[in-house]
Design a protein around this ligand. Structure first.
Ligand SMILES: Nc1nc2c(c(=O)[nH]1)N[C@H]1C(S)=C(S)[C@@H](COP(=O)(O)O)O[C@H]1N2
Ligand SMILES: [Mo]
Length: 157
């Protein structure tokens, strides 16, 4: 499993920018970032409530540290299974990259983006890459999303 995770890049979370960050999925060990605790109010129509509370790293802090484009309008989050969400930058900046749920560590496939503006279906799990983008007015952010997991879990995101 470890070898597979390394091959697929899932042992790290990449935060893209002028100074790309490569965070080990043992996010507790990320020096220089203060853990943040948040509660959420998420529920899925199919599977019911998704409760925290969550402990994570402030996504705005991570994007700033990575020197991501200041004019970004959206933040693309890509997952190990090929799932991809496109968040409004305002929602992304108030979100956290969660590595604990109710105090318990999440494994790399469960590290997820949670925040007050993020609905259950966009709470991306198994995050491998986060990239701020500047979309022009003619681009529909939903077109950049992949809200079905890829059939081949080893696919490169
Ligand atoms: N990578 C990935 N993230 C995902 C999904 C997925 O299929 N793949 N499903 C989404 C949906 S539709 C829901 S409701 C929640 C489910 O979260 P849970 O497994 O904690 O209940 O995860 C979201 N994040
Ligand atoms: Mo869902």
């Amino acid at each position: 499993m470890t070898a597979e995770r390394e091959r697929t890049g899932a042992a790290y979370v990449e935060i893209e920018g002028e100074r790309q960050l490569l965070l080990p999925t043992a996010l507790d060990a990320c020096d220089g970032f203060e853990p943040v605790e948040i509660a959420t109010d998420m529920a899925c129509d199919d599977s019911g409530p998704i409760d925290g509370p969550w402990t994570g790293l402030d996504l705005g802090d991570l994007l700033t540290a990575a020197e991501s484009p200041p004019a970004a309008t959206h933040v693309l989050v890509t997952c190990r299974d090929g799932y991809r969400v496109c968040l409004d930058v305002t929602d992304a900046l108030s979100a956290v990259l969660a590595y604990r749920r109710d105090g318990d560590p999440l494994d790399p496939d469960e590290i997820r983006v949670v925040g007050p503006g993020i609905d259950s279906g966009r709470s991306a799990k198994g995050v491998v890459r986060i990239e701020a983008v500047a979309l022009d007015a003619g681009t529909d952010p939903a077109e950049l999303e992949a809200l079905e997991p890829a059939s081949d879990p080893a696919v490169e995101p």
